[in-house]
Design a binder for this molecule. Structure first.
Ligand code: TTP
Ligand code: MG
Length: 393
């Protein structure tokens, strides 16, 4: 049987910490923790594999990390530098396939279906990428290869750091079987607990269920989990320019119905998404919010807009959608905001003569905030509505 393994997931190892070790050789081989200061209530962004031996992990309070390993080197986040390296890594990856989907600052999917004749087998392509990232940038990257995105991502994590792992179709079910359900995409802490209560602990437990059972219990997500548990994932690798929407969502540790918090999330998400659009020279033609309640019932509400990438306009529209659609204030487990109908900014739109004064003002504010963030990092400036209430005088 000829098995296709045409999807690759590449993810740098201990990214922020590895860049710090690269720039300062005296830190190599040492526990390095990157994140907020020990004295603030900051959290760990990431840490070197040497620090992980002490139990330190991403998102842990820095103070706790300090207790676990006081002799670790604690460093602040230098986002500008990581973005610079990240760009160079993606340039290397893009040499191997034009179909690349960047997922975060240190990971991307590649569809390598059309590249075998040029570069050789999937494994060969994985090795070439690893060698080039290491020889050109001095960083190790883990590569996972499989026949869909879910399994490729799982594979890149299986052999970290500096890994190369391939999951073929004939191995998939067996590899998935013993893993905890939390390894399934979309299963966070809350869902894991919910599944555990139904007696489902491993992916194998889901494999053994009749197809419709989980869907009956938890709704449409159940169908998706069942498919993923069987190694079925139909999502294509979507390169940036073909992407039709961008979005941000948050699953809450506890269900919430606090509209003030949701409004703050809108401000934060709108700022992040619009900044991304501006960086990529794109405009959004629609705004969509997503609300998922504790029973997994999901509603989405959209509005078509005159294409824009302004934080303020998107925030306003998303808030209006929220106020219209969230009257019964049912507890929510997830909230999301996405911007769709993306189109490139044309030179005409960039400086239109017919632009209203308020639009021009919004643009000037966005531009100024972008410049400040470019120079001083993403957290350097925020809208006042994002400050904790006690800080607003
Ligand atoms: P990850 O790829 O999740 O982590 P990592 O690269 O540090 O380690 P691994 O070897 O397991 O891949 O995230 C990439 C970067 O994103 C990470 O270096 C720091 C940042 N990050 C945060 O700031 N907060 C977080 O909670 C996580 C998970 C990552
Ligand atoms: Mg990583």
């Amino acid at each position: 049987m000829v098995e296709s393994t045409n999807i690759m997931h590449c993810d740098l190892d201990a990214f922020f910490a590895s860049v710090e070790q690269l720039d300062n050789p005296s830190l190599r081989g040492k526990p390095v923790v990157v994140g907020g200061s020990i004295h603030s209530r900051g959290v760990v962004s990431t840490c070197s594999y040497e620090a992980r031996k002490f139990g330190i992990r991403s998102a842990m309070p820095v103070a706790q990390a300090y207790r676990l390993c006081p002799r670790a080197v604690f460093l602040p986040v230098n986002m500008q530098r990581y973005l610079e390296i990240s760009k160079q890594v993606f340039t290397i990856l893009s040499r191997y396939s034009p179909i690349m989907e960047v997922i975060s600052i240190d990971e991307a999917f590649l569809d390598i279906s059309g590249c075998f004749r040029l570069f050789g087998s999937p494994e060969k392509i994985g090795c070439l990428i690893k060698e080039q990232v290491y020889s050109e940038l001095g960083l190790t990257i883990s590569v996972g290869i499989s026949y869909n995105k879910f399994l490729a991502k799982l594979a890149s994590d299986m052999d970290k750091p500096d890994g190369l792992c391939i999951i073929t179709e004939s191995q998939a079910l067996k590899i998935l079987r013993p893993l905890p359900v939390s390894k399934i995409w979309g299963v966070g802490e809350k869902t894991e607990q919910r599944l555990n209560k139904l007696g489902i602990k491993t992916i194998g437990d889901i494999q053994d269920l009749p197809p419709g059972w989980l869907e009956d219990k938890i709704g449409s997500a159940g169908r998706l989990f069942w498919e993923l548990a069987h190694g079925i994932d139909k999502r294509a690798v979507e390169p940036e320019h073909e992407r039709k929407s961008i979005g941000r969502e948050e699953t809450f540790p506890e269900d919430i119905n606090d509209i003030v918090y949701l409004e703050k999330l809108i401000v934060q998400f709108a700022a992040e998404l619009c900044r991304k659009l501006r960086q990529e020279g794109l405009l959004a033609g629609s705004v969509t919010i997503k609300l998922r309640d504790s029973n997994f019932k999901t509603i989405t509400r959209s509005k078509t807009i005159t294409p824009c990438n302004s934080d303020i306009i998107v925030t306003r529209i998303a808030s209006d959608l929220l106020h219209h659609s969230y009257k019964n204030k049912q507890p929510l487990r997830l909230f999301g905001l996405s911007l769709g109908h993306l189109s490139p900014v044309t030179s005409l739109e960039q400086g239109s003569l017919f632009e209203s004064q308020s639009n021009a003002d919004y643009k000037a504010i966005d531009q100024l905030m972008d410049e400040i963030r470019d120079r001083f990092g993403p957290g350097a400036i925020n809208r006042a509505s994002l400050l904790p209430d006690k800080d607003i005088k």
